[in-house]
Design a protein around this ligand. Structure first.
Ligand code: SF4
Ligand code: SF4
Length: 166
């Protein structure tokens, strides 16, 4: 199915998420890299050695959730926009995501946006908490969003309300 649609199945997604206990402790990277490709900026970018690919650059990256601090350095460095940070420590009702977002115009903090699933379908409302776009991110802004906790494993992207209205 993934081969035809490019959309990861729930089973594939769950394999990339750390246990909920780890998510509830604080921010941690979810590395949704599913195919063997010659790529390793995630590994070289991580200042803590939390992402390992190994000697074969084609191998799929493995993130050690015990080592990952959730610093987010890897998010903007992944050319495939495959990495996000999840943080369940802020509230029992919501989770925070930090995701790469390359569409313009960028949203503003406080803006309500439409949360999308991995197929790009609207699933929920989300609130933009922070927009980061420093030169070091090399034109891959990273957006922090607050989303209802029940969408933890579905939320993957967003679109602005203005875009939704066309
Ligand atoms: S969030 Fe920080 S510590 Fe975790 S894998 Fe990415 S760069 Fe490494
Ligand atoms: S940088 Fe992104 S696309 Fe490349 S191996 Fe790492 S997670 Fe996969």
């Amino acid at each position: 199915m993934f081969e035809q649609t490019g959309v990861a199945t729930r089973e594939m997604v769950m394999e990339k998420f750390p246990p909920i206990e780890r998510i509830n402790k604080g921010p941690v990277a979810v590395v949704e890299c599913y195919q063997k490709i010659p790529c390793n900026p995630c590994q070289t970018a991580c200042p803590f050695g939390a992402i390992q690919i190994g000697e074969d650059i084609n191998e799929i990256p493995r993130r050690d959730e015990a080592v990952c601090t959730g610093c987010g350095v890897c998010v903007a460095k992944c050319p495939g926009l495959s990495i996000m940070i999840v943080d369940g420590s802020k509230s029992p009702d919501t989770v925070e995501f930090r995701i790469p977002y390359e569409f313009l115009p960028l949203p503003a903090a406080g803006e309500r946006v439409v949360g999308l699933d991995r197929a790009g379908e609207p699933i929920c409302a989300a609130t933009v908490k922070k927009v980061m776009n420093p030169p070091a991110f090399d034109r891959t802004p990273v957006i922090t969003l607050e989303v209802e906790r029940k969408y933890l494993y579905e939320f993957r992207n967003f679109r602005r309300e203005a875009e939704a209205r066309g």
